[in-house]
Write a protein that binds this ligand. Sequence first.
Ligand code: ATP
Ligand code: MG
Length: 254
Amino acid sequence: MINNHIPSNHPRAKSLYIRNLLVTGFKSGLVVPEGLLAHGRGEAFDYLIGEHTSVYALHAIKAASSLLLLADHPVISVNGNSAALCAREMVELANYSSAFLEVNLFYKSRNREYLISETLKKNGANIVLGLDKKNSIDIIDLTSSRRHVDLEGIYKADVVLVPLEDGDRTSALIKMKKKVITIDLNPLSRTSQSATISIIDNIVRAMPYLVETTKKIKNMKRSSLEKIVEEYDNQYNLDKSIKLIRGNADSKLR
Ligand code: ATP
Ligand code: MG
């Protein structure tokens, strides 16, 4: 039994368990109600993907690890859902890739920023950017609260990991000549379509792979990491992810 409701042999136990993490996050103030709905959109795509990490997602993960390791100033942007689902992995990835963690919220409040920062710190983070108003600067071209970024973090970054992201910010960051990595179950979203590297997978499955891969290739020569990034084709990967969904749906036709 996972908590008092979900039998561990239930066919959808994993999916229910993930929901439970978000509901717990919602009750503690980490997650906003809109975050629960956004997760629902992701879940629908996960069902169509087959609820496993595809070979295309694994390719994207390897390219993403390489890009993070090659970066001069990598930053991992953390929101409520990602903190509720994988705070530990976010901190581990930051450690292996020497990246900064920054809290950046669409539905912004001081309390939620603080709670997310505390969650990251409880999971081993030393520094969490995005809370010090003195260091805050606005991204032009962006109207949502996501425009407030940290001068030492996203503003200065050359590579930004933005999981569960909104399309507007991805485009704005790309316009600022930054490389953007996203984790998004929807290969059709504006975010997936405009990012440099789109990992089409559930964040709960993708993050442990991202941590493990980064740890494994951390000491590779720069030239080998550059080759991995050069050989990676995001459009090809997106096309394959869409075909995977079509194939799964077609297999149910009688
Ligand atoms: P866009 O603004 O990029 O067009 P959207 O408006 O459809 O996307 P948002 O609500 O802005 O979606 O962002 C949430 C995104 O996160 C959705 O694309 C959803 O599929 C995805 N998502 C939600 N939960 C997860 C999860 N657990 N793992 C990966 N992706 C997820
Ligand atoms: Mg959106």
